[in-house]
Ligand binder design. Structure first.
Ligand SMILES: NC(=O)c1ccc[n+]([C@@H]2O[C@H](COP(=O)([O-])OP(=O)(O)OC[C@H]3O[C@@H](n4cnc5c(N)ncnc54)[C@H](O)[C@@H]3O)[C@@H](O)[C@H]2O)c1
Length: 341
């Protein structure tokens, strides 16, 4: 069923921090969006976004956004520990939601969001940024589902007092950056993960983090339902000029691809079917516009470009990585039965 909604959608941002700035620019640049309000628990942050991007008001009270009938789409770009409650409240108030990653910090909370979304009959898009890169999309469209991959993110010189490293609020770099690898691997392999074997823990900062549960380094193997496999490396051990912060290789058994330069460049190598001679080409197409993808999904009543399912699966992967690191045992990854239907 398509929507008869032909007016712009009223939009509000909750979380006027660094990534909230990008969301605001995208909203302003989308003709189908009318900027209404900015919310942050830090009043100065909300006020400065209102000054910069305009709209009707700013507030420190998310309830005001939820109670505003003229706001139809809410972008949530807050600290990780607040995603679940804010997204639930947004759906209960009948809003469509553009939610930052991770969808939530536990798969149970992801499922609560999923059920609230279904009950509301509204749309949810997750901001797994790497999927919106033209280079990533070139690899996805040129290769068959990956058979063998490697994904890594290497942070350097982290401030360990940032909220991202704190338990409950941030959860550590797995929830901040490692979640992108989890999602991208599942997407490129086009198959749910079934088993994860991981090692690591506090390798670079033993005993220096806010909680013994926070992990600074993970090296893992992932097996997918279709038999394909990947290696996964996340650490704050520092990146190099050659292997930059984000680095990925995908191989479908014929072609291979490297995604690098902050996921802006795809280098694809293809063998000639007869001679076997290799041809290598690099592409750096632009990112696709994100807000129109959510607006289209609302108008056409289709799944958004990055819907709830990958958000749930990515958090499940993190839970399995953590359980494997702490137990020293491989973990089976079991999707909630209703997602397999
Ligand atoms: N998709 C990406 O590529 C990408 C990149 C960076 C950050 N992020 C994500 O964006 C989110 C925000 O990250 P950031 O780097 O912008 O952080 P930030 O610290 O710069 O901003 C977070 C903002 O949220 C506000 N906030 C916290 N709790 C709130 C609440 N309950 N109600 C209203 N406001 C609240 C804070 O005051 C702060 O202004 C995180 O989920 C992060 O993982 C995504």
């Amino acid at each position: 069923m398509t929507s008869s909604h032909d007016q712009p959608f009223g939009w509000a941002l909750i979380g006027c921090g660094s990534v909230g700035n990008s969301h605001s620019r995208w909203a302003v640049a989308t003709p189908d969006i009318e900027v209404h309000a900015f919310c942050d628990i830090n009043e100065e942050a909300a006020g400065s976004y209102y000054e910069q991007f305009e709209g009707r008001y700013y507030t420190t009270d998310a309830e005001r956004i939820f109670a505003d009938d003229e706001i139809e789409i809410v972008t949530i770009a807050t600290t990780h520990g607040t995603h679940a409650e804010l997204a639930l409240a947004a759906f209960e108030a009948g809003k469509h939601v553009y939610l930052e990653k991770p969808m939530a910090m536990t798969s149970a909370d992801c499922m609560r969001i999923y059920h609230a979304m279904q009950a509301a009959g509204k749309k949810l898009m997750i901001n797994f940024s790497i999927r919106f890169s033209g280079a990533t999309r070139a690899i996805k469209s040129r290769l068959q589902p990956a058979k063998v991959s490697h994904a890594q993110v290497m942070l350097g010189r982290e401030d360990l007092t940032r909220w991202q490293w704190l338990p409950g609020i941030g959860g550590g770099p797995l929830f901040d950056v490692g979640v992108h690898l989890a999602d991208l691997l599942c997407w490129m392999h086009d198959s749910p993960p079934v088993e994860i074997s991981a090692t690591g823990g506090q390798v670079t900062h033993p005993g220096q983090l806010a909680s013994p549960d926070i992990i600074d380094t993970v090296a893992a193997n992932i097996r997918f339902a279709n038999g394909s496999v990947a290696t996964y490396l996340m650490s704050d051990a520092g990146f190099s000029e050659k292997l930059t912060k984000w680095f990925f290789t995908f191989n479908d058994g014929q072609q291979s691809a490297v995604l690098d330069k902050h996921f802006s460049r795809a280098t694809i190598t293809t063998p000639d079917p007869v001679s076997g001679e290799l041809t290598t080409e690099s592409y750096s197409p632009p990112f696709i516009e994100r807000m129109p993808l959510l607006v289209d999904a609302i108008r056409n009543d289709t799944d958004p470009y990055v819907p709830a399912y990958p958000g749930i699966v990515a958090t499940l992967v993190l839970e399995s990585l953590i359980a494997s690191v702490h137990s020293g045992q491989p973990q089976k990854v079991e999707l909630p039965a209703e997602l397999n239907a």
